[in-house]
Design a protein around this ligand. Structure first.
Ligand SMILES: *Cc1c(COP(=O)(O)O)cnc(C)c1O
Length: 358
């Protein structure tokens, strides 16, 4: 029986990624060895790492002067590694939720944090506006979280500020074109929109490194990983392989421009139903709604039916739509690999539930 997988992360991977990875686990690149059991120093694996970094550059149109790295430790390690390498005196953070708050906490170990804007006043249901003009030219960088996985909010364009930005793009990288030149550092845990957990993608502008006065432990220094071509120590080989396959798939389908069209169309279908159906309502402000994580609750009159709806969809093999505990209700994650068929199955379930209870 086909499952409809709406988990927020780790999340659905394309059949293309799964098949290619399963094959390579048995026989990798005709070596007769498993990709799990071969040295990362072989020509075959070095080719995987090189291809993975090259395809990132191609898909995102990464300008000259940037390095692409596959690291470990998740986005959470980047919360600390970014300020360790980049924060001198102070940095500016925009607080749009749990993950941004986590990044702020870590940055405070390394200097002052200017929390220039926050949407905490309404449980992070919107993206703060108008703060760009208040960014000081003397701050090290501005940190944003481009898509807020838990609350279903998303920046609709790359902000304009007088310093470079650092961005956590864990849950929307490769779902849209990005103006990489505005960013000094972009990071993303792979398990939302790039591949399985275990790999973390980092895109860093070379010239911003080496400017802070503090000593940096070797493993936490981006330069170490640039010099080591992401192989300073053993990389997560299987995860990187699966990321490469996922990115190849994105290229086959037309790249990030095509990914954006598909994401917008899937999200619009689901939001239309949420707005139409009297039993449900969206939680994010209209203009800031994410096309990756779609958060909704039951309208006040039907609040007590939430667990019933969860059971109702479960019986239809619709999995992973329970909302994060800090928002409640439901969250449908519709990353690049999400099938339109699954989105339609969820919409049908919402309509049928309405017929039964309204
Ligand atoms: C999931 C997520 C994280 C945490 O990622 P880990 O890889 O588990 O450290 C951080 N930021 C955002 C936006 C996320 O969606």
């Amino acid at each position: 029986m086909k499952k409809h997988n709406f988990y927020a992360g780790p999340s659905r991977l394309s059949d293309y990624t799964l098949k290619a990875t399963a094959e390579a686990v048995i026989d990798f690149a005709g070596t007769g060895l498993s990709v799990m059991g071969i040295s990362h120093r072989t020509a075959e694996f070095e080719d995987v790492m090189l291809s993975a970094t090259e395809i990132v550059k191609e898909l995102l149109d990464v300008p000259q002067g940037y390095s692409v790295l596959f690291l470990q430790g998740g986005a959470s390690l980047q919360f600390c590694m970014a300020p360790f390498n980049l924060l001198e005196n102070n940095a500016t953070y925009i607080n749009t939720g749990v993950w941004a708050t986590g990044a702020i906490k870590e940055a405070k170990y390394f200097g002052d944090v200017i929390e220039l804007a926050s949407s905490a006043d309404r449980n992070f249901c919107y993206i703060p506006k108008g703060w760009e003009k208040n960014v000081s030219k003397d701050t090290s960088y501005v940190h944003i979280t481009s898509n807020n996985t838990i609350y279903g909010t998303q920046y609709k364009q790359d902000p304009d500020v007088p310093v470079y930005m650092v961005a956590d793009m864990s849950s929307d990288l490769f779902s849209r074109p990005v103006d990489v030149a505005k960013y000094g550092l972009i990071y993303a845990g792979a398990q939302k929109n790039i591949g399985p957990s275990g790999a973390t993608l980092v895109i860093v502008k070379d010239e911003i490194l080496g400017k802070v006065s503090r000593p940096i432990p070797k493993i936490l220094n981006y330069k170490t990983h640039i010099d080591g071509k992401s192989m300073y120590n053993t990389p997560p080989t299987v995860a990187v392989f699966a990321c490469l396959k996922t990115l190849e798939r994105y290229r086959q389908l037309g790249g990030v421009q095509a990914m954006k069209q598909r994401a917008d169309s899937k999200a619009a279908m689901l939001y239309d139903e949420i707005d139409r159906n009297k039993m449900f309502q969206g939680t994010a402000d209209f203009d800031d709604r994410s096309n990756m994580n779609i958060c909704f609750v039951m309208t006040p009159d039907y609040k007590d039916l939430e667990s019933k709806f969860n059971e109702f969809v479960g019986a239809r093999n619709i999995l992973g739509i329970k909302g994060h505990r800090s928002v409640g209700g439901f969250r449908a994650s519709v990353y690049n690999a999400q099938r339109e068929e699954s989105v339609k199955a969820l919409i049908t379930a919402m309509k049928d539930f309405e017929k039964r209870h309204l």
